[in-house]
Design a protein. Structure first.
Length: 363
């Protein structure tokens, strides 16, 4: 009898890989292991957002932050705003945060035998390939959501945005780059809550600059053989999602961070950076990731499909559009979002900066 997963060509049958192993669970675990957003704490899984009973949206009731009015207590019979010698109860407001569920998936067809994997560990290879692909797609969706909240000019979270870019075709200097000083200015947008920001998400061109000037550091375990630093996209940071440190924050490097500030054609390229408090961005799922396969005997192909149904949610925000299952473009539309309490109570800040390592202009 042939060894499991092996055939005459030295490849592996796709159907064998999926059916003889619990590949869906295997990939779900890999997504968590290989996601820099989850490892850094920038995104936190929360069962409150698991809409397992169906529906198109997830509603999270909340009590609004209280702003009590003081009353003067004294020995008279008419103290207090009631003028009757007792405290007047004040109402605590309520609101509802709303997350929208996105249903996504993709499929592959492979002629005769799977060329996706070869060697001694086809399961591990396919597991990591699919997990990295989904992480990249998920991070693109998350950045679209953040684009919508901060807006093209002044979205619902526009008060938490600080544009430090040069605003010209050339001439950017350290005042326009990401430094400890510019991070401090970003923290100041949240007042006394600024020191709660513990995670930084940046484009590789910004991270390379920080690394070049010695401000971005990694533990020795984050270095590959010979001390070289490996960069990736889709939330993949250094040496398979090892996390860097800068200005007291964990650093996530992602090549999908938006590099064009809308309306700035001809300006030196502008990079968005996000300062986030862990737990501010939550993730939930409506149903577990599913991977299925089948054989098309007419086309001599193995077919594999992957589907996942999940939601990202920034605490203190709500999806206001009548559209369900939105596209990334719809998520990026600031008209589709609102906030349920003051922006300075939502611990996420957007900085817009230049980088001396990429001085091209916006298209």
């Amino acid at each position: 009898m042939a060894a499991p997963f092996q055939n005459y060509s030295g490849g592996v049958l796709l159907a064998d890989i999926v059916k003889r192993n619990n590949l869906s669970t295997y990939v779900s675990e890999a997504i968590k292991e290989r996601s820099a957003f989850l490892k850094s704490g920038a995104v936190v899984r929360n069962s409150l957002l698991d809409a397992t009973e169906g529906g198109t949206r997830i509603q999270v009731p909340e009590f609004n932050p209280i702003t009590p009015t003081e009353e003067i207590l004294d020995g008279t019979a008419t103290w207090g705003t009631s003028n009757n010698g007792y405290l007047t109860p004040q109402k605590i407001g309520t609101d509802t945060q709303i997350a929208t569920i996105c249903h996504r998936g993709f499929a592959y067809a492979v002629d005769d035998v799977a060329v996706l994997a070869a060697g001694e560990d086809p399961m591990g290879h396919i597991r990591n390939q699919i997990a990295d692909a989904i992480n990249k797609l998920n991070s693109a969706r998350l950045f679209s959501l953040l684009d919508g909240l901060f807006g093209s000019t002044f979205g619902p979270l526009g008060a938490n945005c600080l544009d430090l870019s040069k605003g010209a075709a050339s001439g950017a200097d350290t005042d326009n780059f990401l430094t400890a000083s510019t991070v401090a200015r970003g923290r100041s947008l949240l007042g006394t809550r600024g020191d709660e920001l513990d995670t930084l998400v940046v484009h590789p061109s910004v991270a390379y600059y920080l690394y070049q000037v010695g401000m971005l550091t990694f533990s020795t375990s984050a270095l590959t053989t010979g001390g070289a630093v490996t960069w990736g996209g889709g939330g993949v940071g250094v040496n398979e999602t090892s996390i860097g440190q800068f200005a007291g924050m964990n650093v996530v490097i992602d090549s999908q961070v938006n590099t064009v500030h809308p309306g700035t054609t001809g300006h030196q390229k502008e990079f968005r950076c996000y300062l986030i408090k862990s737990g501010t961005i939550l993730e939930g799922e409506q149903s577990p990731l599913s991977i299925e396969s089948d054989r098309n005997i007419l086309s001599k192909q193995d077919v594999m499909s992957v589907d996942y149904h999940s939601a990202y949610h920034v605490m203190g925000t709500k999806w206001t559009s009548a559209t369900d299952n939105p596209t990334n473009a719809q998520l990026a539309n600031d008209n589709n979002w609102a906030i349920t309490y003051d922006a300075d109570l939502i611990p996420i800040v957007e900085l817009i900066v230049n980088s001396p390592l990429d001085t091209g202009t916006n298209p």
